[in-house]
Each structure stands twice: as structure tokens, then as C-alpha cells.
Design a binder for this molecule. Structure first.
Ligand SMILES: [Zn+2]
Length: 241
């Protein structure tokens, strides 16, 4: 990796020390963040988390690169524990950069340990930071190289900075939990509806699942012209067939 505008790679002990320092600072300022499971997190705690990571790990590089990088928590984000988003203007400048953290993930985390990005993490609060670190690496790689993914380059960054050894989001997201119960997108499943059982194909899994049920008068149509009605079904009511 070429010369980066901040110390790289860090000693593993240095990473652990800095992460612990950030965690302590955030816990000290936000009561809701201290409960198990986490009950709330203040917007100012999110910006403080970004500020501390940027200062301690990146020597302020993210602030220089993005100016305004937002950190938000969304309870509607159920497919992943975190997400990095941005838009490019016509002049190729990045704008509206945002790290969106899943509240659905954070507020349901109970007892650890959790295996996250190859790290063994013991608390929900630390898990949140490790997910954030992964998204920070996406923001960083985008600022440095213009693109981001889960390539070797990404893993080198994530490992050299944070000690991550994997990019698998092996997290208890709703989708992962559904998969553990044997439910996957594309699978046939049955569910009770107004006193009878309906059968269809799962097309989406979030807090609820979307199931496409064959119906001659349905408003959805596939490439073969078959029609379907879409039902939103609580995961607990679905049985795979
Ligand atoms: Zn990722």
C-alpha cells in the first residue's frame, strides 16, 4: 500500500488501546448507550464517535476528504448492520456521504460474544464500534481510491487499522436469523391468511418477509406473464416447504 496520510499499519495493541479509549468516552456521555441491550443512542454520540475515530486513527483525513460525513441510525436498515452511502455530483465530487448504522441490529444485541469481521467481541457496544469501523473503511477506501468493495485492498486497510481479518457480516441481522430458521429469499413457504394456508415464494426478508403468491388477478407479473399478489408476513408465521 502506498504512503497513507495517517500512521499505517498500527500495532494490534495500539488498535485495542484506541478502540477502548473511544468506547469509554462514548459510554461516559450517553446513558442509553450503556444499557443491555442498548436502548438508545444520541445523535451527538454518533458524531463524537466519528470525530474520535477520525482524529485517533486517520489524523483528521476523513474530515478533510468529506467535510460533512453524517452518521445516522436507521431502524429500517435490516439487511446489514451498517452501510456506507454517498452520491457523486457531475464534477465527480462526493456529496451526501453517510454511514448508516442499523438500529434493528444494535437494539437487539444481547449477550456476546459476537464474531464480527473476524474479531471476537464481547459486548453490544463494542460490536457497534466494530461494525462502524468496517463502514469507516468503506468511506476511507472511497476517499483514497474512488471505489470501494470487499477486495484485498479493503481487507488490507481494515486489517492494518482495526485488526479485522474478514469482511463477512456474520451478524444476527433479521435476514441472518431467518436463514438460521431455514428461510431464504427464493424459497417456497406457507403461511396462514384469513383462515387458510397460502403458499408462495419469498421475495424479500426484512422485519417481515414478502411472499409472492400466485393469483390470476394479482398486480405483480413475472417474465412468463404469471400473476402474483404480494403478502407481507411476520417471519414467525412462515413455514418453509
Ligand atoms: Zn462492507
Amino acid at each position: 500500500m502506498n504512503k497513507l496520510p495517517f500512521p499505517f499499519p498500527l500495532e494490534p495493541s495500539q488498535t485495542i488501546r484506541l478502540r477502548a479509549r473511544i468506547l469509554t468516552a462514548l459510554l461516559a456521555r450517553d446513558e442509553g448507550f450503556c444499557t443491555v441491550p442498548v436502548s438508545s443512542i444520541l445523535p451527538s454520540t454518533l458524531s463524537e464517535m466519528l470525530r474520535l475515530y477520525d482524529e485517533l486513527f486517520f489524523a483528521g483525513f476523513l474530515r478533510q476528504a468529506y467535510g460533512d460525513l453524517r452518521v445516522t441510525v436507521s431502524t429500517r436498515l435490516t439487511s446489514a448492520a451498517g452501510k456506507f452511502l454517498y452520491a457523486r455530483t457531475r464534477s465527480r465530487r462526493m456529496e451526501n456521504a453517510e454511514i448508516r448504522m442499523s438500529g434493528d441490529f444494535l437494539f437487539r444485541l444481547n449477550e456476546g460474544p459476537f464474531l464480527l469481521n473476524g474479531l471476537n467481541v464481547s459486548t453490544a457496544q463494542e460490536a457497534f464500534l466494530v461494525v462502524f469501523e468496517h463502514e469507516l473503511c468503506h468511506a476511507l477506501e472511497t476517499a483514497l481510491f474512488g471505489t470501494t468493495g470487499h477486495s484485498k485492498r479493503f481487507l488490507t486497510l481494515a486489517n492494518g487499522l482495526f485488526g479485522h481479518t474478514a469482511t463477512t457480516h456474520s451478524l444476527p441481522t433479521r435476514r441472518a436469523e431467518a436463514a438460521r430458521d431455514g428461510l431464504l429469499v427464493g424459497m417456497s413457504a406457507a403461511f396462514p391468511y384469513q383462515g387458510r394456508m397460502l403458499t408462495g415464494r419469498i421475495s424479500y426478508i426484512g422485519k417481515t418477509a414478502s411472499v409472492m403468491v400466485p393469483d390470476p388477478r394479482g398486480e405483480y407479473r413475472d417474465r412468463q406473464g404469471r400473476r402474483y399478489t404480494k403478502y407481507r408476513v411476520p417471519l414467525s408465521q412462515l413455514t418453509r416447504i
